[in-house]
Ligand binder design. Structure first.
Ligand code: ATP
Length: 389
């Protein structure tokens, strides 16, 4: 799938070594965090039970008067949400793009070569028997295939004979929850595509239209979290510049129970981590927790091209050396970086996640695109309901 952005990255890091932080000064690090509603008083009052429980999806609006920086932040978020409600998924598509759709009857082995040859990491599947959309092929499907191979080594000879239509059976055999096959009509508001994506754990959503003449489904394109955030970053600078709160203040990302690996760990071990934690990237650290690189789900693809599953026993360092030459690098930030600076980086570069580090490159956390999108869509918006699939 062509990238809609023409922005060039200025933070390329291809080698397993510490990476550059976003060089945006943060002037809001000293702002006190908001009081958490329900936690202002050291005792429980009856009304406490009427308040949303900690950990509920939406964060309640502020009980105390908002500071100017809070007000600006909410104004920026409102601007972004209004933008997403008036734009449609069609608007995100570039003027010209290609769409590679794979027939469900294709051998999985061949699909892998097609992805590699075309420099893409996912594709919609088409059921030509019933002329309908049959789901999305992503790196997760190859990871599931690898899991199958590990659980049923006696079936290794069959693995090469599997077709894309077998992917759902493979999910069942290894006991993983199948991803919902959600799609959205391209002329629906972009907000709806985003919330459906976040609700269904999908990282990309196909735009499916109905052909007026035949009444049959047509896959128009696929939009990803990356494309949407890039679209927001490029078109709404007047709103994103208001997001002056820091990563720490808004609690953006994950900081506890981080799944990490070492350069010497095997690819299979890292794949298991991704499956167990349901994540698509694992920071690679040294013995002092200094970030050296990140292993991403898509890094699995070059490891299994040609069907040589033995390469999965090779270590992470060797696998990362197989990355394509145009690999865009790893992006980092610090907890004192402001959300507006993160949007500047999203605008200028090809960012798929940010590794949060301290001054000495120690791993602090990870901010995924879904973390950013969730914050933009839902933070402080009590009344917002996710649409039914
Ligand atoms: P993608 O990166 O494929 O577009 P995504 O944006 O949902 O998808 P994931 O890496 O799957 O990114 O992250 C899902 C959730 O898990 C996020 O909340 C993220 O902060 C958290 N997370 C990501 N990587 C790790 C990790 N290594 N350890 C613990 N939590 C993680």
């Amino acid at each position: 799938m062509d990238d809609p952005s023409t922005a060039k990255s200025d933070k390329l890091v291809g080698e397993p070594q510490p990476v550059a932080a976003i060089a945006m000064p943060s002037d809001s690090a000293s702002m006190p965090p908001f009081p958490r509603i329900g936690h202002e008083l050291p005792f429980v009052q009856p009304s406490s039970y009427l308040r949303p429980k900690p950990g509920s999806r939406t964060v309640p609006m502020f009980a105390t008067p908002m500071s100017p920086i809070d007000e600006e932040q909410m104004q920026g978020l409102k601007g972004l949400r209004d933008f997403l409600r008036v734009r449609t998924s069609y608007d995100v598509l570039p003027l010209s793009f290609r769409l590679i759709v794979l027939d469900n009857d294709l051998l999985i082995r061949k699909s892998l070569n097609i992805l590699i040859q075309n420099g893409i990491v996912s594709a919609p599947l088409w059921d030509s028997h019933h002329s309908r959309f049959a789901g999305l092929l992503t790196a997760t499907d190859y990871i599931n295939l690898i899991q199958y191979y590990c659980q049923f080594p006696e079936h290794i000879d069959d693995v090469d004979k599997f077709r894309l239509s077998s992917l759902r059976d493979i999910e069942k055999a290894i006991g993983v929850l199948p991803l919902e096959t959600v799609s959205v009509h391209p002329s629906r508001p972009l907000y709806e595509a985003c919330s459906r994506m976040l609700k269904s754990r999908a990282r990309r959503i196909p735009l499916v239209d109905i052909d007026d003449e035949t009444g049959r489904e047509t896959v128009v394109s696929v939009i990803t979290q990356y494309r949407i955030l890039k679209f927001i970053a490029v078109n709404t600078e007047q709103h994103t510049m208001l997001l002056k709160k820091t990563v720490r203040e808004i609690g953006l990302g994950t900081y506890k129970n981080l799944a990490t690996a070492k350069m010497s760990d095997s690819v299979l071990e890292v794949i298991n981590l991704m499956v167990v934690h349901n994540i698509s990237a694992v920071p690679i650290v040294d013995k002092n927790n200094v970030v050296l690189n990140v292993f991403e789900a898509v890094d699995v693809i070059p490891c299994i091209k040609g069907g040589v599953y033995d390469e999965l026993k090779s270590n992470v360092g060797e696998a990362l050396a197989r990355r394509p030459e145009d690999f865009q690098g790893i992006y980092t930030c610090q907890e004192d970086d402001r959300l507006d600076s993160i949007f500047t980086t999203l605008r200028q570069s090809r960012v798929h996640r940010l590794v949060v580090i301290d001054d000495n490159w120690h791993l602090r956390g990870i901010i995924s695109l879904s973390d950013i999108l969730k914050y933009v869509l839902f933070y402080g918006d009590e009344g917002e309901q996710l649409p039914a699939s």
